[in-house]
Every structure is written in C-alpha cells, then in structure tokens.
Ligand binder design. Structure first.
Ligand code: BES
Ligand code: ZN
Ligand code: ZN
Length: 483
C-alpha cells in the first residue's frame, strides 16, 4: 500500500500539517499559539532542519529549507528531511497529513512528498507474525495545499507507483520470482498501465538463436524468457523509437565460477534493470509521454546446475558473433548483447541499457553515481546529467575509448566475455557496444542499486535507482521534440 495524494484548497482546524518554510517566519494560517510560535522560532534560529509541535488536537512539522547551496542540493535536502521525519510521522499515526509551503521554491511540496512516499515503502509481504501494535502507520492520505499543478501530482503518483512495484519486484527472492514469473508480472503491469507485452518463450528464443541468453540458461532447470514491451501512443513525436534494455538475471550465483564468501548475497536483485525498464514503460503509459518506446528484457537465472555453460565454451550470439567464455559470472553482458542486437530491427534513435553489471562500477563510484558510457550524440548525455541532478540519481561518465575494447580479443573466437582485471566496468560496456548497431548509452547501476543500508529515501536492497532518472529523461526528450 501507499499513501494517496490529493489536493486541497485550505487547511482546516485540527489538521496536522507539514509546512516548508524559506525563512524563520511562521505563517499565520498554521494557527499556532504564541508560545508554540516562540518555541518553533527558537528551534529554527538554531538552524534545525525541522521543528515538531505537538498541540492537543494536531501536529505541526516545520521544515526549513537549507540555504547557501545549489538548487539541486536544496531539493535533495528536502527529500532527505522527509526521510528523517518518516518515523516521527508514522509514530503519530495520522490518517491524513497536509503538506504545504511558504516562501519556498516552486516544486518544494512535490519534492518533499516524493521523499516521504519513497521513505514509507517497505517490503513486508512475507511477514506473517508481526503484531498490529508493533506496526507504525503512515498517513493514508497526503493532502497537498498550495500551487501544485494537477499534471505534476499525476506525474508524482504514477512515478512513485512505479518505484513501489519496481522495488517489490527487485526484493522478491528467486524462489518466488523466476524468469517465467517475472514475465507474468511484466504482462500484468503492462495490461494495467496500457502498454503491450509480448513474451517469447524458450522455443522462440531457440528459434531466434539467442545464444547468449540460452548459454546462461543452461545451468538452470527453469526456462528463459525474452519480453518485448512497447508503448506507442497515437501522438508519438519521435520517428524512430528509443529502445530500453534491462538486465533480467533473476538470480546470479555466478554459475560454475560460483560467487564465494558473501558475494552471492542480494543477487535476487540482479534483475533490477528489467524491473526498472518495466517501471519506466508504466510511467510513460500512465502519464502519456508522447514517445514510441520499446523495452527489451532478456531473463533467466545464472546457475551451475546440470549442463551449465563453462569456461572455454564458444557460443554464437544472436548477431552471429562468436564469444569465448572466460568467466560464467560475466553473464549479464551475454544476455544484454543478444537484446541489444535484437534492437536493430527497430532502427532505434537510441538504445539505453540499464544493468547491475559490474562490481567494478560499484568499486569506482560507490553508491553515489550511476556509471555511464556512451557513443551517442553528446546532447543525450548532457540531458541525462541534468536530469540526474534534478532527481538526484546522478551519473558519472567513464571513458569509452576503443583501446579498452582490445582487451576483449580472443585467440579462438571473435571476442571473449572478460578482459583483464582492470577497468572492468568499461570493458563490460565495450563488450555491449560490439553488439550495438545504433547509438548506445550504457548505464551500470551495480553501485547505486544493491544497497546494504538505506541511503536516506533510497532504501536498502533495491531502491530502483535510475527509474526516476530515465522517466524524467524521456519526458524531457518528448518536450524537446515538441519545441
Ligand atoms: N551481477 C554481477 C555484478 C554485481 C556485483 C552487481 C556486485 C552488484 C553487486 C555481475 O554479473 C558479475 O558477477 N560481474 C562480475 C564480472 C567479472 C566476472 C568480469 C564482477 O563484476 O565481478
Ligand atoms: Zn555475474
Ligand atoms: Zn549478474
């Protein structure tokens, strides 16, 4: 469940309120007593990020904007304050809570609400023993009071809905979500949001000779799937579609190069890219982004069972290139490569792949930046960077020089699936580029996606990192077309 978001015109007596303020002045319409105001003012002078006033019939939360920092930062601080307030708000058991603002920037209410909703998320469907009295309740309704456009509220509702189900999918363990079950969920989401979903089964994947996806699937008892998602509204403005490709490894054991120690933990989230692509299509369809968008999701688990593929195997990919397997744990690039070459049939304007691809990306940037590599026109990465700052899912670009690709040379096939020890994230990107006949943006979310603890409202396990970024990016691309 999730709080409902509604607009109201006025605050009524007795309603609990969060008010975002730009200075120390306390608005009259909050109806606080003289002593309550004095208390609040003292707290705000002490530069506390928020003040809480518990009157006998209502609660008031005053949130102060940070000053002296860039606008992106001000926005992010507001989302973070929402996270910091989440427990206090839940503890107060409001059935509804007003969010309003005074002397702050346009969009402040939306940013705060976004941070709050994303912080209220939890994954509890398998908890059967939790006592009702132990549960903290978030408000069923958030009532927005102020200058908020209906379209912006709709965007916020649809986007946060997507973040919720995307996180749910990421958090599902593999014994409840294998590749076939994932395809079923994607189909269900497509039906409800209004985009189409075609699911290719193993027979069809064999007929298409998707050698990468089939090789990774060999050690599994469950069949692979390949999902094709399409959003093609009547009013689309791009001549050629944008193709999104998401890594759908429902569990990565490493295969015969099995992950040792603690490295296997969390690998049910290795399909985050797939879930995120689904979330983006949902947001595009629900909000009506006027773009033709295709989503491609190759999916399987990576296991060492039975006839598992192994080091030294030479496989033939969908586009007929041959690949020598150097490591079965470098499986993501194999299934993505088939999807990226499959994208050619759409003659796309741009291909964007998103994947929990390499530990190397995580070692380089930690959890603060999505590693991005591209050979596409610079206008795309410039826009992506701007959107990244806006929603605070920031990107950092890695070089994409051809010399890095030379490390993938094989003596016995067209290329290998691993390079040397260094520059692992870049080499993985260069591998994918070999399969792209159209401009490519490659996004490695291994660092930002698999969090061991909450990074504020980017909650631990799968925060769905990149979903808000790419949804915003596509909305802006459509707007630029219409200019
Ligand atoms: N799914 C992993 C990447 C990963 C690692 C994601 C840690 C999130 C956290 C990927 O399939 C993988 O195992 N990559 C290997 C590649 C190597 C064998 C070239 C890696 O990064 O170690
Ligand atoms: Zn792996
Ligand atoms: Zn993987």
């Amino acid at each position: 469940m999730k709080s409902e978001i509604l607009k109201i015109s006025q605050i009524s007596a007795g309603q609990s309120v969060v008010c975002i303020i730009g200075n120390d002045n306390i608005p009259e319409r909050l109806n606080l007593s003289k002593s309550e105001k004095e208390y609040a003012q003292k707290q705000l002078k002490a530069k506390e990020e928020y003040t809480f006033i518990n009157s006998y019939n209502k609660c008031t939360y005053l949130v102060r904007l940070k000053d002296g920092i860039s606008h992106h930062k001000v926005r992010e601080e507001l989302r973070k304050t929402a996270y910091n307030l989440r427990k206090l708000i839940k503890g107060n058991n409001h059935s509804e809570l007003v969010i309003t603002s005074e002397e702050s920037y346009k969009g402040a209410i939306e940013d705060f609400v976004e941070g709050l909703i994303l912080s209220f998320y939890s994954f509890e469907k398998y908890k059967t023993q939790t006592d009702e009295s132990e549960k903290l309740h978030y408000p069923a309704r958030l009532l927005l009071q102020g200058k908020v456009a209906d379209a912006d509220i709709k965007w916020l509702v649809d986007l946060t809905d997507a973040v919720y189900f995307t996180r749910d999918l990421i958090n599902e363990p593999v014994n409840h979500l294998n590749a076939t079950a994932l395809a079923g969920e994607i189909k269900r989401i497509g039906d409800s949001a209004g985009f189409s979903v075609e699911v290719l089964n193993k027979g069809k994947i064999e007929a298409l000779k998707m050698g990468g996806l089939l090789a990774v699937n060999k050690g599994s008892v469950d069949p692979p799937v390949f999902c094709i998602l399409e959003w093609r509204p009547a009013n689309y403005v791009n001549k050629n579609p944008i193709v999104l490709v998401g890594k759908g490894i429902v569990y990565d054991t490493g295969g015969l190069n099995i992950k040792t120690g603690d490295f296997m933990a969390g690998m049910n989230g290795d399909m985050a890219g797939a879930a995120i692509v689904t979330g983006i299509l949902h947001t595009a369809a629900r909000t009506g982004i006027p773009l033709h968008i295709i989503g491609l999701i190759p999916s399987t688990d990576n296991r060492p069972g039975g006839n598992a593929y192994t080091q030294g195997d030479i496989i033939t990919m969908y586009n007929k290139l041959t690949v020598e397997i150097g490591n079965t744990d470098a499986e993501g690039r194999l299934i993505l490569a088939d999807a990226i070459s499959y994208a050619s049939k759409y003659a796309p304007e741009l291909i964007i792949d998103i994947a929990t691809l390499t530990g190397s990306a995580a070692m380089t940037f930690g959890n603060q930046a999505i590693a991005v590599m591209t050979n596409a026109d610079r206008k795309y990465i410039n826009l992506l960077e701007e959107c990244g700052n806006d929603v605070y899912e920031r990107i950092a670009e890695l070089p994409f020089w051809d010399e890095y690709g030379e490390l993938l040379k094989s003596d016995i096939s067209d290329l290998k699936n691993i390079g040397g020890r260094e520059a692992g994230a870049i080499i993985a990107g260069k591998f994918l580029e070999r399969f792209a006949e159209y401009p490519l943006i490659h996004m490695d979310i291994a660092g930002t996606e698999m969090l061991k603890k909450d990074d504020f409202y980017r909650l631990k396990n799968g925060p769905a990192s990149g979903l808000r970024l790419l949804s915003t990016f596509l909305k802006k691309i459509a707007a630029d077309y219409s200019k």
